[in-house]
Design a protein around this ligand. Structure first.
Ligand SMILES: C[S@@+](CC[C@H](N)C(=O)[O-])C[C@H]1O[C@@H](n2cnc3c(N)ncnc32)[C@H](O)[C@@H]1O
Length: 215
């Protein structure tokens, strides 16, 4: 961690002990632990939830549950967070941490693709954290906005937060035709910027967040 990063950590609200433990466990037991949101992004998610006061949250990509726990901490007692994960091997670790958290009862973990699960949950979502397979980001957008022929899963005032949209800076470099991750992220960012139904801003935090509000 460089000096500026250290300063940001030191002068932001501290990380909860359970989250610190989950970060450690993820690094010990899971492949690609860097996928976890981490202290500063997690705290931002918690604060955004506290400020926006959504009743229903959808998360696409649970991984080991770090971002879900952060958002659940900011959620009102009657709120609910539906988090979706395709990899069933991650379920026991994520669920064990949800069970230990005072906020875990607000979280419903669904194993399978968000593209199949989310429409079947019924109703709309006030906040969506998009953090699944980068190649599927355009499909997630079409699903949420109802552009896939199904009903929309968001309403006026809903907020989408998409993670990794700068993809380590690859979005401004020449892109190989075979690089489907970067191609899809570029398409997602273009879709949001060109869509008159939404307003958005890209935040350069960590790997980039696209903050999108449905008008
Ligand atoms: C970057 S990680 C999520 C990190 C987590 N949100 C956090 O901040 O701690 C991405 C996860 O999305 C999952 N995933 C990929 N495609 C998905 C899909 N269609 N539906 C749900 N989860 C998906 C992957 O298996 C992986 O665990």
């Amino acid at each position: 961690m460089d000096a500026l990063e250290r300063y940001i950590h030191d002068f932001s609200a501290p990380e909860e002990e359970l989250l610190r433990e989950l970060d450690r466990e993820t690094h010990l037991r899971v492949v690609a632990p860097r996928m976890l949101s981490g202290h500063i992004q997690g705290k931002l998610l918690e604060l955004l939830v506290r400020m926006l006061r959504p009743r229903r949250i959808l998360e696409i990509g649970t991984f080991t549950g770090y971002s879900a726990l952060c958002m659940a901490a900011g959620l009102d007692a009657e709120g609910e967070l539906h988090t979706t994960e395709v990899d069933d091997e991650l379920e026991p670790l994520a669920q064990s941490f949800f069970d230990r958290s005072p906020h875990g009862s607000k979280i419903r973990l669904h194993i399978g693709s968000a593209l199949a699960i989310a429409p079947a949950l019924g109703g709309v979502f006030d906040l969506v954290f998009i953090d699944g397979d980068k190649r599927e980001y355009p499909d997630y957008y079409r699903m949420l906005m109802g552009d896939d022929g199904r009903r929309p899963l968001v309403r006026s005032g809903s907020v989408l937060i998409a993670d990794n949209i700068l993809w380590s800076g690859k979005v401004v470099e020449p892109v190989a035709r075979s690089d489907r991750h970067t191609q899809a992220l570029l398409e997602f960012n273009r879709m949001a910027a060109a869509d008159p139904r939404v307003e958005n801003v890209i935040l350069p935090l960590r790997d980039g967040l696209n903050l999108i509000r449905v008008k």
